[in-house]
Design a protein around this ligand. Structure first.
Ligand code: FES
Length: 115
């Protein structure tokens, strides 16, 4: 790497985390761009549940498309590869509490699972 950061040195910059949540903020799956509201809400919910720091930490990211483009807002949780459709602020709160904090997916909103 041109900046001298080798993969080994980069590894020292990463802190452990338990989950990675990616929110689609695009306008095809959710014409009202609901994902933007969800992504703005996410850090407050994670902080409330003690999931911003430490070994239970949840990393988060937003993307303009997750390749589904219907039934949004779309949210995916890794490492399980659990995909949620029709995510509203109320459902996002359940995902944070039930899935990310307690480890139990909100099954009625799951439309795909990597397994
Ligand atoms: S715009 Fe959300 S999945 Fe494509």
């Amino acid at each position: 790497m041109s900046d001298g950061l080798t993969p080994e040195r980069m590894a020292g910059l990463m802190e452990p985390y338990r989950h990675h949540v990616i929110v689609c903020t695009g306008g095809f799956c959710s014409p009202d761009h609901r994902g933007r509201t969800l992504y703005a809400l996410l850090p407050r919910l994670l902080q409330r549940e003690g999931l911003l720091f430490g070994p239970q930490r949840v990393k988060r990211g937003e993307t303009p498309c997750l390749g589904v483009c219907a039934g949004g807002a779309i949210v995916v949780v890794y490492p399980e590869g659990v995909w949620y459709a029709g995510v509203t602020p109320a459902l996002l709160e359940r995902i944070v509490v039930e899935h990310l904090r307690d480890g139990i997916a909100v099954e009625e909103a799951v439309f795909h699972r990597n397994s």
